[in-house]
Design a protein around this ligand. Structure first.
Ligand code: FES
Length: 212
């Protein structure tokens, strides 16, 4: 992504760890340009680089999905001034929403770069298969070697929040009721790992039970 030097206002939309791409762009803003950052995370405590963003001079608006503050992408793009350009970097779900909402804007006014923490291709083995008992929906689902718990839950139409799909944002964190977890996330503390797991990357060792 490159800064649009013809724009009078710059709107940065970052999802989870996609904020790292936005940090680079901020450094290239023309002097005097007005800007705002829409930063989408599950919880404020998962908002990496928030202090850096706040020190950048841009207006920073935090959208915490766990607190009901999810970004309304269609409303954002509908309200864009003609001379504003929007830049978006985040997980697939956010990018798809942005592409849909921005389809009526001039292509030069929307600049996107996808980010995903996935390091595997579909069909790659991610680890041993395991069973997950979902306490709230009262289901037991099988998580195959080549899928994550998050993917298995989505396949079974179990409602689950998610964003980065790379273990970074904390959106998909579930309470673990029972079982042993192989943690692969970047967002939980050792203490939190005692009772939680990131469904997008971490795996059960054998059967586990989670609150979902
Ligand atoms: S979706 Fe971001 S940590 Fe799982």
């Amino acid at each position: 992504m490159r800064i649009d030097r013809t724009a009078s206002h710059h709107v940065f939309v970052a999802g989870g760890i996609g904020v790292t791409a936005i940090l680079g762009l901020l450094e290239g803003l023309p002097p005097g340009a007005s800007s705002e950052i829409r930063y989408c995370v599950r919880h404020r405590e998962h908002a990496a680089y928030l202090d850096v963003l706040q020190a950048s001079g841009a207006e920073v608006i935090l959208h915490e999905s766990a607190a009901g503050g999810r970004l309304d992408v269609p409303a954002l793009t509908a309200g864009l001034a003609d001379d504003a350009t929007v830049y978006c970097c985040g997980p697939e779900a956010l990018m798809a929403e942005m592409a849909e909402a921005a389809s009526r804007l001039h292509p030069d006014r929307v600049r996107c770069e996808s980010f995903t923490g996935r390091v595997s291709a579909p069909g790659d083995r991610l680890g041993d298969s395991f069973e997950a008992r979902l306490m709230l929906s009262e289901q037991v689902i099988h998580v195959a070697e080549d899928e994550s718990l998050l993917q298995a839950m989505l396949r079974e139409n179990v409602p689950v929040d998610y964003s980065c799909e790379g273990g970074a944002c904390g959106s998909c964190v579930l309470e673990v009721v029972d079982g042993e977890i192989e943690h692969r996330d970047l967002c939980l503390s050792d203490e939190e790992r005692g009772q939680s797991m990131a469904a997008c990357v971490s795996r059960g060792k054998g059967a586990i039970s989670v609150q979902a």
